[in-house]
Write a protein that binds this ligand. Structure first.
Ligand code: PEP
Ligand code: MN
Length: 358
């Protein structure tokens, strides 16, 4: 993908780029009031508002529609913010272009549907406008990349990604599980593509937002999209997760923004010593895993010769509980030890099954 650095298309874009505004535009008064309060914080670069809202259940507020775009234009005139709006189809794109919206974003439900993304991409052929693509609701990195590629292939190079968490049927304190490893992998694959974190939709409730925003900064994400409303408790959508502009200011004042690298020589030297130690330990771990797999293969052959099942559930149970207990004495969290063992066990089972099925 050919991606233009964000600094080329968002003047003075500095880390963190802050995109804020209400979940939905509700009335001219609500939009302008929220914008006025956000302008007072002097911390916001881009004003966001949902004009068409993809709601989970019908008969709830589905967005104000095109009228809201005129209110946004007033926001830009009065406060100088750039404007960002979610688009889900070609009509939305056309309406936004007609009203000179500065940035379009594709929502999580739309990003999950290649037909919709392609329709948007087709409507953007030959248009020069920045587009941000949220992760699809399901934790599928390829689908996220595919959506970015469709937009990129339409000629859009002013591109960024938005991480908003994933909708899973899983116990979690969050509305959408962050699965940080997915945006981290996206960053590894496309180092030029900046990622904006949307802690509001990850959190689902406002108390969890500051911690998530800090985590995004620690992971070197470029910006934050945080929902703010002049009267969050009476918002027409996503009320539990919207901040007041003053709470947003407090969050941003407390945010520690870290640099990618440091020019402090002592730090760089110290870091490289510690990294050498990590490299040696990784060598050890891999060597031991290799040996462990060899033994697992031997066991597989024995099992085959004696016609016993590959899965020995009692033994697996014993390993799990013993190692989890051991790990506690080494400051390793039980969830971590369990996940690690599950991956190792799965690979052993796979290689043993290969042997028995030969
Ligand atoms: C939104 O930003 O208000 C929104 C609908 O987000 P998402 O697509 O992440 O659910
Ligand atoms: Mn929302």
């Amino acid at each position: 993908m050919k991606i233009e650095p964000i600094k080329n298309w968002l003047q003075d874009a500095e880390k963190p780029l802050v995109i804020s505004g209400p979940c939905s535009a509700e009335s001219e008064d609500q939009v302008l009031k929220t914008a006025a309060l956000l302008a007072e914080t002097e911390k916001v670069d881009v004003f966001r508002a949902g004009i068409w809202k993809p709601r989970t259940r019908p008969n709830s507020f589905e967005g104000i529609g095109e009228d809201g775009l005129k209110w946004l234009q007033k926001v830009r005139e009065q406060y100088g913010f750039k404007l960002a709006v979610e688009v889900a189809n070609k009509n939305h794109v056309e309406a936004c272009l007609k009203h000179s919206i500065d940035i379009l974003w594709i929502g999580a439900r739309t990003a999950a549907n290649p037909f919709s993304v392609q329709e948007i991409a087709d409507a953007l052929q030959g248009v020069d406008i920045p587009v941000m693509v949220k992760n699809p609701i399901n934790p599928d990195l390829q689908l996220w990349i595919g959506a970015l590629e469709r937009i990129n292939q339409a000629g859009i190079t002013k591109l960024a990604a938005i991480h908003r968490g994933f909708s899973l049927h899983e116990m979690s304190p969050y509305r959408n599980v962050p699965k940080w490893e997915i945006p981290i992998e996206l960053k590894r694959l496309y180092p030029d593509l900046e990622i904006v974190c949307d802690p509001s939709h990850i959190a689902g409730k406002r108390e969890l937002i500051p911690h998530l925003a800090q985590k995004a900064m620690d992971l070197d994400m470029f910006g934050l999209m945080i929902e703010a409303h002049c009267d969050p408790d009476n918002a027409w959508s996503d009320k539990a997760q919207q901040l007041t502009p003053s709470a947003l200011k407090e969050l941003l004042d407390q945010l520690v923004v870290r640099e990618k690298a440091s020019s402090n020589q002592q730090f760089t030297d110290q870091l490289s010593v510690l990294r050498q130690q990590i490299d040696l330990l990784d060598d050890d771990i891999l060597e031991k895993l290799g040996k462990r797999m060899e033994i697992a293969i031997q066991i597989g052959e024995y099992k085959k010769a004696n016609n016993v099942t590959v899965l020995q559930v009692n033994r697996w149970q014993e390993i799990l509980s013993k190692r989890i207990e051991q790990g506690k004495g080494m400051n390793l969290r039980d969830v971590f030890v369990k996940k690690l063992l599950e991956i190792i066990h799965e690979e052993s089972i796979r290689s043993q099954t290969n042997i028995t099925s030969k």
